[in-house]
Design a binder for this molecule. Structure first.
Ligand SMILES: [Zn+2]
Length: 334
C-alpha cells in the first residue's frame, strides 16, 4: 500500500499513463488513462482537493493557521474566507484519518508502550463534566508520540469501548504491548472483556481467562481520590495476564506523562481547547472535526517538538513525514 500511489483508483493497476492535461484555476492537471480497466481519471480523483477551485497554496495557508491554534472566527476575519468553506476543508483533511489509520496498521510492531488518558474541554453549554461531550480519549504511543486514538464524546462506556477497539487492532500487530493509564479502570476491564484468552493450566474446571500473551495493563491510582472501603494500591495490574507475559514493570514507568505534554500542545494548537468564552466548541461533531485534523497533522506532518521527528516516522511506518501538499494528494481509498 502506497499512500501517494499513482495506480488506478478503480482497479489498482499500475498500467496507467498520462492521457491529457487541463487547466484549472489551480494550474495544470493531468488526466490519466488506465489500460487495465479503460477508465480515465483526474490526478485529484478521490483526494481531499477533488472539485475544489481555491488554489491549494491558499487552502494550506489557512489550514496551517488553524492548526497552529487560530480560532475559526479569527481565520474567517484574517483571510476573508467563509466559515463554511474552512469547515469543509477541515472535513476533507480529517477525512483522511481512516486511510492513514489503515496504513499505520499494516505494520508490525515489536514493542509498544501506550499511554491512555482523557482530556477535557467545554462543548456548547456549560454543563457539569459528567454530562459534557467534551471528553477526548487519547491513546498515545510513548516513544514516538503517535496518536492511535483521539476521540471525543461523553465520558461513558461507548467512548471507552471505541478506544479499546482501536487498541485491539494495534495489539493484533504488536508482539509486546503495555497500556499505562492514570486512574481510569475501564481501559483494562474493557480490554479484558474484548480480547481475553482461555489459558489451559492442566487443572480441572474451566480454564482461567487471561490477557493475550505479551499484553500488560498497569494503572496508577490517583492518590487524592477519596473512596470508601479498602484503600487501593498506587500501582496496579487490574486484570489477569498471560503466564508467559513478562509482568515486571518498574513503577516509575507507569504514568501518562507524555499525554500531559500533548494536552499542553492541544491547548496551543486547537482553539476549541483554549478559548476563554463559555463555549469552546459548538458541538461534539465540530470538536471531533478539529481532533481529526489534529490527528492527521500531529501524526504525519508535524515534527514533534521533543523527539524532533514526525511521530509516524519515529514509529517506523514511513521514512519521511508528509508535506501539506502531499496530504492533499492522498486518495481516501487506496
Ligand atoms: Zn483501472
Amino acid at each position: 500500500m502506497e499512500l501517494l500511489s499513482q495506480n488506478c483508483p478503480l482497479c489498482g493497476s499500475p498500467q496507467v499513463k498520462p492521457h491529457d492535461r487541463y487547466e484549472t484555476q489551480n494550474g495544470t492537471r493531468t488526466i490519466y488513462h488506465c489500460f487495465e480497466c479503460d477508465t480515465y481519471f483526474s490526478e485529484t480523483f478521490a483526494t481531499p482537493i477533488a472539485g475544489l477551485r481555491t488554489p491549494l497554496s491558499r487552502i494550506i495557508e489557512i489550514l496551517k493557521a488553524r492548526s497552529e491554534g487560530m480560532g475559526l472566527n479569527a481565520v474567517v476575519r484574517t483571510f476573508n474566507v467563509s466559515k463554511k468553506t474552512v469547515i469543509d476543508w477541515e472535513e476533507r483533511l480529517g477525512g483522511l484519518k481512516p486511510v492513514l489509520m489503515l496504513y499505520a496498521l499494516l505494520d508490525q510492531f515489536l514493542q509498544l508502550v501506550i499511554e491512555g488518558d482523557e482530556l477535557y474541554t467545554k462543548v456548547n453549554k456549560n454543563v457539569p463534566p459528567e454530562l459534557s461531550e467534551g471528553w477526548t480519549i487519547v491513546l498515545m504511543d510513548r516513544a514516538s508520540r503517535f496518536l492511535w486514538e483521539l476521540h471525543c464524546g461523553q465520558k461513558e462506556q461507548q467512548l471507552f469501548e471505541q478506544a479499546i477497539k482501536v487498541l485491539v487492532q494495534v495489539i493484533e500487530q504488536t508482539q509486546d504491548l503495555s497500556l499505562f493509564t492514570d486512574g481510569e479502570r475501564r481501559y483494562g476491564n474493557l480490554l479484558f472483556e474484548i480480547c481475553h484468552e482461555l489459558v489451559r493450566d492442566g487443572k480441572p474446571g474451566r480454564p482461567p481467562k487471561r490477557l493475550p500473551k505479551g499484553i500488560r495493563v498497569r494503572l496508577k491510582n490517583k492518590g487524592a481520590k477519596k473512596r470508601v472501603g479498602r484503600p487501593r494500591k498506587k500501582y496496579q495490574a487490574p486484570v489477569p495476564e498471560h503466564p508467559q507475559t513478562n509482568s515486571e514493570v518498574p513503577e516509575h514507568e507507569i504514568h501518562a506523562n507524555q499525554i500531559e505534554g500533548l494536552n499542553a500542545s492541544m491547548r496551543r494548537r486547537n482553539s476549541a481547547f483554549r478559548r476563554r468564552a463559555n463555549t469552546y466548541a459548538k458541538s461534539r461533531q465540530h470538536l471531533q472535526r478539529t481532533l481529526d485534523v489534529f490527528w492527521v497533522v500531529h501524526n504525519f506532518v508535524r515534527v514533534h517538538l521533543t523527539t524532533k521527528v514526525v511521530p509516524a516516522v519515529k514509529l517506523g511506518i514511513m521514512e519521511t513525514g508528509l508535506s501539506w501538499s502531499g496530504l492533499f494528494s492522498i486518495r481516501y481509498a487506496l
